[in-house]
Design a protein around this ligand. Structure first.
Ligand code: GRF
Length: 208
């Protein structure tokens, strides 16, 4: 059984998609153990506790940065037995840079979703960057977290067209629909032990 933690800062729609897939049984072998937010007002907290009965914790930064902040998260994870061996940490709109210490501890046990086809448009406002650049196709990426920003080994990507007249909002909504498909799918593949990583290339081991 994989003990799952989801880290959020806001709306929590990707968290909702993952928890819904666990609840429906399409993701098996995963225990949703904890949702953590750095923002007390994150809408996702209510969804986690009221809709799914998952324990939630708020860890405000109060100015703490890097490992000083992250070690508070790590101690909550270990209290809930979400370890670097049996755990999976999913970043789902968690608006903080993860320190190298935290990354190293949970290496290949930490996933993130980003609203662009990486390595294009890492960082903030990926959808706005895509529109301003003038690309005709964008999308989303689920990847393992490494020490860089949105730079870890890519697990799944989905593309969407960028239409003439798209706004940041309309493109974000089109991408978000695909995020809700690929993030649960990546968690399922992880939980089934089907992700193999060589260098930065992830291959999906198909079941016979
Ligand atoms: C998503 O667009 C995700 O790709 C990005 O932040 C947004 C979070 O949305 N990292 P939500 O909180 O999951 O609704």
């Amino acid at each position: 059984m994989i003990n799952l933690a989801i880290l959020i800062s806001g709306r929590g729609s990707n968290m909702d998609a993952i928890l819904s897939a666990v609840k429906s049984g399409s993701i098996k072998n995963v225990n949703p153990a904890l949702v953590i937010s750095d923002k007390a007002g994150a809408e996702g907290l209510k969804i986690a506790s009221e809709k799914y009965g998952v324990p939630v914790r708020i860890v405000p930064s109060n100015g703490a940065k890097g490992w000083e902040y992250d070690q508070r998260i790590v101690s909550l994870l270990s209290e809930q037995d979400i370890t670097p061996q049996n755990g999976l940490v999913c970043l789902a709109g968690f608006m903080r840079i993860i320190s190298p210490e935290f990354v190293r501890l949970y290496r290949m046990h930490m996933l993130n979703i980003h609203p662009s086809l990486l390595p294009s448009f890492p960082g903030l406002h990926a959808q706005r960057q895509a529109i301003e650049y003038g690309v005709k196709v964008s999308g989303c990426t689920v990847h393992f977290v490494d020490e860089g920003v949105d730079s870890g080994p890519i697990i799944i990507q989905r593309s969407v067209p960028v239409m003439e007249g798209d706004t940041e909002e309309s493109l974000s909504a089109r991408i978000l629909e695909q995020e809700h498909i690929i993030y649960p799918e990546a968690v399922r593949l992880f939980a089934e032990g089907r992700l193999q990583v060589k260098g930065r290339v992830v291959s999906i081991h198909h079941l016979a």
